[in-house]
Design a protein around this ligand. Structure first.
Ligand code: GNR
Ligand code: NI
Length: 171
């Protein structure tokens, strides 16, 4: 197992639209395991392949507090959505910032599981929100895109400044 590096906003690679997974094979399963390890270590409740610079359509989630609800969704498609959830969202690619985002509260999603079998799942609440957040990553979209240009640019400038300071090794 290996922990992967998470890309951070405004890295342009986060804007890549992911391509469909062609084969659910051992190489993909290794990457999935590494993504779970990376997500749990962060810690986070979801991680999209885009965030680790893999531009294929799959994501992992676990919204439980004890690692008891892992899901991997390969080539996910939302086939129904309903209701409205407003959630204070964060993102491992936008560290330290939390803002309210409006999404569907219930979804029905179709995907391949880690054996390559087609599955349908209903999700609501935080899991539904998380899956929509991760599917946005696969389209090159970030939660900050739902905010005003002013807020997004403030967040970008602060993250860039923090990173310059880290690079220069000044706290
Ligand atoms: O860890 C995460 N928490 C979170 C909280 C509210 C809504 C979405 C998320 S996803 C985020 C991890 C992440 O960045 N996934 O892409
Ligand atoms: Ni995210």
């Amino acid at each position: 197992m290996a922990k992967l590096t998470i890309l951070e906003f405004p890295d342009p690679r986060l804007r890549t639209k992911a391509a469909p997974v062609e084969a659910v094979d051992d190489q993909l399963r290794t990457l999935i395991d590494d993504m779970f390890e990376t997500m749990y270590a962060a810690p986070g409740i979801g991680l999209a392949a885009t965030q680790v610079d893999v531009h294929k359509r799959f994501l992992v989630t676990d919204v439980s507090s004890d690692k008891s609800d892992p899901h991997v969704l390969i080539n996910p498609v939302i086939i129904e959505k309903d209701g409205i959830a407003v959630t204070e969202e964060g993102c491992l690619s936008v560290p330290g910032y939390y803002e309210e985002v409006e999404r569907a509260d219930h979804i029905r999603v179709r995907f391949l599981d880690r054996n390559g079998d087609e599955v349908e799942m209903e999700a609501e609440g935080l899991l539904a929100v998380c899956i929509q957040h991760e599917m946005d990553h696969l389209e090159g979209k970030l939660f900050v895109d739902y905010l005003s240009e002013a807020k997004r640019s403030r967040i970008r400038k602060r993250l860039e400044r923090d990173r310059r300071h880290q690079a220069a090794n000044v706290a």
